[in-house]
Design a protein around this ligand. Structure first.
Ligand code: HEC
Length: 158
């Protein structure tokens, strides 16, 4: 994705927009079938909107995903890296979270993680993290699905 020409940008944009639209349609379908079992928080957290127009411009994301990116940079990137791919002492979250449910993700943040070699402090009472679990989830889902490449994010005009 580093061709740079306008023609390339146009070609690259289309599949990604279609994929997000499909994801949203799928979420809507799941809500219908799962019905009352889904809280509105779940539905909200699953959907994100990302638009990447040109390779040399930041991608734009809905407000929640954008906030998630900012919180991640401030609170998580020192260990898990700005691009989410991990460091020598913290795991690559694109791999580690690929099959993780939202419930398990929130639980990991609440409890922290104490491995034999490394640890993550609990965040359930951290005012810089606890209010933003949904936003972090939106951002990380967008990264893990590949809809949002590594790099800076700006907010979509809504
Ligand atoms: C002090 C460094 C540090 C910070 C800051 C940090 N983490 Fe972690 N994180 C870790 C380590 C270390 C592990 C587990 C390593 C292992 O497997 O032993 C981990 C594990 C995880 C896991 C996997 C938990 C599981 O149950 O498998 C998730 C998800 C996660 N971190 C998300 C985050 C998010 C989101 C933030 C920001 C709010 C964050 N981390 C901040 C170090 C950190």
């Amino acid at each position: 994705m580093d061709g740079g020409s306008a023609a390339n940008a146009g070609r690259n944009l289309r599949p990604r927009v279609r994929r997000v639209a499909f994801t949203l349609a799928l979420c809507a379908a799941l809500d219908l079938t799962v019905g009352a079992a889904q809280s509105s928080d779940d539905a909200n957290a699953r959907s994100y909107r990302v638009e990447c127009a040109a390779p040399d411009e930041p991608c734009r994301a809905d407000l929640a995903t954008y906030i998630g990116w900012r919180v991640f940079q401030a609170q998580c990137a020192t260990c898990h890296a700005a691009d989410v791919r991990g460091s020598t002492f913290a795991p690559d979250l694109m791999l580690r979270m690929s099959g993780m449910s939202q419930r398990d993700f929130f639980g990991a943040l609440d409890r922290g993680y104490f491995g034999s070699a490394s640890a993550m402090p609990p965040r359930g009472r951290d005012p810089n993290v606890a209010p933003y679990y949904d936003e972090l989830w939106s951002f990380l889902r967008a990264r893990i699905t590949g809809d949002l490449p590594a790099g800076p994010v700006t907010q979509l005009a809504e």
